[in-house]
Every structure is written in C-alpha cells, then in structure tokens.
Write a protein that binds this ligand. Structure first.
Ligand SMILES: [Zn+2]
Ligand SMILES: [Zn+2]
Length: 331
C-alpha cells in the first residue's frame, strides 16, 4: 500500500468518489497471487479492485445523474460507446473497453478516492446499502447469465461451483422462479450457504459421485446447468446431468486454454451451449431486485476488513480460509 496524489476530475462528465466499501473478487486474487489472468499481466505498481461503492464528492460541469453526497454503486466497465459492439448494445464486449482493475485498461478502485465517468455511477436509492452497491457487480453477472439462459421459470437448475458468482446465479434464478436447485462445490461451508438458500441437493465432488447423486434424485436430468467454477470436470458433469434439449451456461473462468466435450452426449442430447462474458445492462436490475426484496444478499458477505488490513483480506480469500464467500474492505 502506498500514498499517491488524490485523483482529479479531467473530463466534464467525470465524477470523483470517496470509496465506502470494496468486495474482493476472484480476479483480484488471480492478479495478486499469479500476477496475470491469461495474457493480461500486472506491471507493478498497479491497483486492483472493481466491486465498489462510495459517496460522490465532486462532479464535472456536464454531470446530471449524480451530485455530491449521493451514495452510488460503481459499474467498473467503461466502454467507448462508439464501436460496432457498443452501437449494437453489446458494450460489455466493446472493442476499446476499459475495465477497472484490469492491467493495461484502468487502475482499480482499491483506493480511497477514484474518478469515474458519470455512466458508471448508479444511485443507491432507498434502503440500498454500500454493500448492495458493491455486490451489484457480481450479482449483475448472475442476473445476466440467467437472462442468457432463456428462462429458468419452473425449471430444474444445476449450479456447479458455488463461489460468489455461483451464488449470484442462484439468487437471480430464484428471483426468476426456478423450480429447484442442485448445487456442487468442493468447499463444504459454501454448500452450507447453498442449503440455507434452499438448494434441494448439495454435494461435494471430492467425496461423492455428484452426477449419480443428482440423477438419483432427478431421473430425467436437469433443464439448465450453470458452470460457475471454470473446471473441465464440472463441464463434463454438467453435460451428464442435463436432460436432452438441456442448456449449459458457462460462466466460470478456467485457468486452462481449451474446453473439451464429449461428442456423443452433446450431440445426441442436443445440448445448447452459452458462454457468458461478464454482463451488460444488468446492474440496475440487480440493484432493483435487492431494493424490492426479490434478492437478499444477507448470506453472501462472510468477512469484513478495514482498508489497513487489505493484505490479510486478500490472503484469506486466496487461501479459501474460514468458509469465506465474499470478503469486503471498509474504507
Ligand atoms: Zn468481480
Ligand atoms: Zn465500444
């Protein structure tokens, strides 16, 4: 940790924010322990962090949607709004995207003050807390994955990998009326959280044959499965537990370069495959669902650390210690 000058407003639509809280993401941990994710490599000094909420302290002359004193959630994506992707409504795959805490794109928000464009600021209204604001980032990925799955209403749903993203998928799918949840993870405390959230089956693949257990409970197989851990083993299990015509949604980020899949089962069962890249336009829905009580994140935040104890927080999350789901830094 080091002292740097406070950032200043540069563009007329800039907003200066005093950070209130930051959620630690798996990708922050990758940069911390590996120094890179795929080809994106950190060059020291670099600030990580992209799940933030704060208070507006200063705004540029053209800013309209927020004013000093407002509590806001920070959307970490800063698209160009000009390329083919942006113009077709896919600004999450913007050709010139700058994303907070991504090396070569933008410094992250693990600092006391940050300047962001107005478009990245979402007002925390009503009873929404800074935690809601910070969690709106991973939660929006769950909301988006469920949206891209088609529909989960009354469907039997599998979630393989129950970290904060798997949990975000479950909370979103529950809000959209999914019928029942089958959840697997290698960390037992995470399965306990899935139990609390109402999963009808939770299983640890280190101890049991989760495919056999799920098919014993649901002979015909599941309608939709979300792969949320980026593991080949989970991808294979997902295909085994899907019914013919089932849908596999891949949200997890693998550490390897290529997925492989069984030709026979994917073809004969006519499995649909959908990959997910972060999210687009789902922050507001995520905030709205927390505001109206359709989504409750009460079981997600398991640990809190003051800003000065950031290292301890990162080490805890990196080691999957103490049943951690989401750890927050308070500024
Ligand atoms: Zn994140
Ligand atoms: Zn663009």
């Amino acid at each position: 940790m080091k002292d740097i000058p406070e950032p200043v407003l540069v563009k007329p639509n800039d907003v200066k924010i005093r950070m209130s809280v930051l959620g630690i993401c798996g990708s922050d941990i990758h940069y911390y322990t590996q120094g890179q994710i795929g080809s994106q490599r950190v060059v020291y000094p670099f600030t990580v962090g992209h799940e933030g909420a704060g208070v507006v302290v200063e705004v540029g002359p053209e800013v309209k949607r927020v004013k000093p004193g407002d509590k806001i959630a920070i959307e970490p994506a800063m698209p160009c709004w000009k390329c083919d992707q942006c113009l077709s409504g896919r600004h999450h795959t913007c050709r010139n995207l700058k994303f907070l805490g991504c090396p070569g794109q933008a410094e992250g928000c693990l600092m006391e003050y940050i300047v962001m464009p107005e478009d990245s600021c979402f007002l925390l209204e009503g009873k929404l807390t800074p935690d809601n604001g910070s969690i709106s980032e991973p939660l929006a990925i769950g909301v988006y994955a469920v949206k891209k799955s088609g529909s989960v209403k009354n469907l039997k749903t599998g979630i393989l990998g129950y970290g904060p993203i798997g949990m975000s998928v479950m909370l979103s799918a529950k809000a959209e009326g999914a019928d029942s949840f089958f959840v697997t993870d290698k960390i037992d405390p995470r399965l306990s959280i899935a139990d609390k959230e109402g999963a009808i089956y939770t299983g640890n693949p280190l101890r049991e044959d989760v495919v056999a257990s799920i098919l014993r409970k649901e002979h015909l197989g599941l309608d939709v499965v979300f792969e949320c851990c980026g593991q080949q083993e989970a991808f294979d299990q997902a295909i085994e537990i899907l019914k013919p015509g089932g849908r596999l949604v891949v949200v997890g980020i693998p550490e390897f370069d290529r997925w492989s899949m069984n030709v026979e089962t994917t073809r004969r069962r006519e499995i649909s495959l959908q990959f997910i890249r972060r999210q687009v336009d789902c922050v507001e829905s995520a905030l709205e669902m927390m505001k109206n009580g359709n989504i409750n994140i009460g079981n997600m935040v398991t640990h809190r650390f003051p800003f000065s104890k950031t290292k301890e927080a990162f080490d805890l999350v990196a080691g999957y210690e103490d049943g951690v789901m989401k750890a927050m830094i308070d500024f």
